[in-house]
Design a protein around this ligand. Structure first.
Ligand code: G6Q
Length: 546
């Protein structure tokens, strides 16, 4: 194993550590008082998104040092390596080319000498034809009825992207179609998703990159039984009611889905980066091909911004560096993502996978254990609901929780003064988190003495605010690409592989060992630890009870 020079020994890192000691107690109140222009100066724009990062515990010197770190670790070269199709996913020896999914038709991206862009557009064209036929009613089921219900069966990257984006863009969806997403191997998920559907009008989209994922295949088999039971058992119905999204044609065929009804992608698209690929078919059916292309355009605009904008005005670079500043120097362990938009209700869950699966790593590219913190715990849910729940801890708890606030200047559903109220909450929260309320201010309000300490807000809680005009398909694409590239920037600085996921593979293997032990008729010989053995025995003894 090669042990590389640790990141923490870089002069730029050491300079940041020293700078942190010098400025860690500086308050945002003072930073703003000394430089009232920072609210306009510490901002950047790209791909229709406006980022205000002035409410961060940074000075011009902090930013200079962070940007120097990005240069020192070779971020530019690594970015070019990704866009250039080099196998930067080193453990799996694969290129990382979700950016190719949104390349223009005349683009060129070479993977081992092959331009993959024509393949991307060939699949997109096939998706467009299929989506149009479902939306227009010309794709009919076994009994001749048009499709009214679309059920996506997938898990992880083959679920979270499509479901998040469908929720986010529901405003643009064709409303006579019902979209459902089944992921959990818990039979409840499929049972609830299908209980009120007519099989004759239902299309199942089986989304699985590998087509070997046990949860997805189990759900797909049960869906096939449900369909055949409802349609009189004729196997021919499968071809009219099942399509597959996968890289694995052989397994798709083995399952019984006609390869003509398979939409392909390649192994250079990671699961958590895959919803702009064939994995987005359910979304394309819901919002239509034009909107889907607009969304790809938004992704592309952010890809170009990431590639071309100077680091000091580059949104993913700035957000990545700010995350490193808090995680590695202030010791913050989490990042809250708080969208002030109901349509983004699954956005934080989606980002959880994107960020935590990518950067939840403990060794460098060379296999040496890191001696610094890597990916944050990402969490959150839409404001203003969170305000009435967990914001208390962000304002007055003992933990430092940097937060991203996302909002839109225009609402898609104008209703009285709802939108102004929503946005008033967003602005008020970031203001209160930054500036807090001092003891003197609390006293001046005439608060009884025994409450004063309890009603002080220390402030100095850092936030980013990301504003866009309107939640359009293009805005969503730009927003997702922003976080994808932020994750890339951080993974590059930490010198880790953001594109493998051995922790996920472990779960797949472990369950495969235990499930035959649960299924066995006779008591199996169990060779797990004492706790696991006892739990399995108790489950076997009691599952038939009651
Ligand atoms: C994503 C992960 C993981 C994956 C699921 C589903 O990056 O690899 O979440 O998407 O395990 O895998 P399949 O698409 O192969 O079924």
């Amino acid at each position: 194993m090669t042990v590389t020079a640790s990141l923490t020994r870089h002069p730029e890192w050491r300079a940041l550590a020293a700078h942190h000691v010098a400025i860690k107690d500086r308050h945002l109140r003072d930073l703003f008082a000394e430089d009232p222009g920072r609210g306009e100066r510490l901002t950047a724009e790209g791909a229709g998104l406006y980022l205000d990062y002035s409410k961060h515990r940074v000075t011009d010197e902090t930013l200079r040092l962070l940007l120097a770190l990005a240069e020192a670790v070779g971020l530019k070269a690594r970015r070019e390596a990704m866009f250039g199709g080099e196998p930067i996913n080193s453990t799996e020896r694969r290129a990382v080319l979700h950016v190719a999914l949104r390349a223009p038709r005349d683009g060129t991206i070479l993977v081992e000498g092959e331009n993959v862009v024509p393949f991307v557009h060939q699949v997109l064209d096939k998706m467009v034809d299929f989506a149009e036929s479902v939306r227009g009613g010309s794709w009919t089921g076994q009994t001749g009825k048009p499709v009214r219900n679309v059920v996506n069966i997938g898990i992880g990257g083959s679920d979270l992207g499509p479901v998040m984006a469908y929720e986010a863009l529901r405003f643009y969806a064709q409303r006579n179609l019902t979209l459902r997403f089944v992921s959990n191997v818990d039979g409840t998920d499929l049972a609830e998703a299908t209980r009120d559907l007519d099989p004759a009008e239902t299309l199942f989209i089986v989304a699985s990159k590998t087509f070997t994922t046990i949860e997805t295949l189990t759900n797909a088999r049960s869906a096939r039984e449900w369909l055949l039971a409802g349609l009189g058992g004729d196997e021919a119905a499968v071809a009219k009611h099942f399509v597959a999204l996968s890289t694995n044609a052989a397994e798709v065929q083995k399952f019984g889905i006609d390869p003509a009804n398979m939409f392909e992608f390649r192994d250079w698209v990671g699961g958590r980066y895959s919803y702009p690929s064939a994995i987005g078919l359910s979304l394309m059916i819901a919002i239509g091909p034009d909107r889907f292309r607009e969304m790809l355009g938004g992704f592309r605009a952010m890809d170009e911004h990431f590639r071309d904008a100077p680091f000091e005005r580059n949104l993913p670079v700035l957000m990545g560096l700010l995350g490193i500043w808090y995680g590695d120097f202030f010791g913050a362990e989490t990042l809250a993502v708080l969208p002030y938009d109901q349509y983004l209700n699954r956005f934080s869950a989606y980002l959880q996978q994107l960020d935590m699966e990518s950067n939840g790593k403990r060794v460098t590219l060379d296999g040496a254990p890191v001696d610094y913190q890597t990916g944050p715990i990402v969490w959150g849910q839409p404001g203003t609901n969170g305000q009435h729940a967990f914001y208390q801890l962000i304002h007055q708890g003992t933990k430092l929780i940097p937060a991203d606030f996302l909002g839109f200047c225009q609402t898609l559903n104008p209703l009285g003064d709802h939108h102004d109220l929503l946005m008033a909450n967003l602005f008020a929260q970031t203001e209160a988190l930054a500036f807090g309320k001092t003891e003197a201010e609390v006293r001046a309000e005439g608060v009884p003495e025994h409450q004063v300490a309890h009603r002080v807000f220390p402030g100095n809680r850092p936030t980013s605010t990301i504003l866009a005009d309107r939640l359009t398909p293009a805005t969503l694409g730009a927003l997702v690409a922003l976080y994808e590239h932020k994750v890339f920037v951080q993974g590059t600085i930490w010198n880790i592989n953001s594109f493998d996921q051995w922790g996920v593979e472990l779960g797949k293997a472990l369950a495969n060992r235990i499930s035959p032990e649960l299924a066995a008729d006779a008591d199996p010989d169990l060779a797990h630890d004492g706790s696991t053995n006892a739990l399995i025995r108790r489950y076997r003894a009691r599952r038939g009870a009651g």
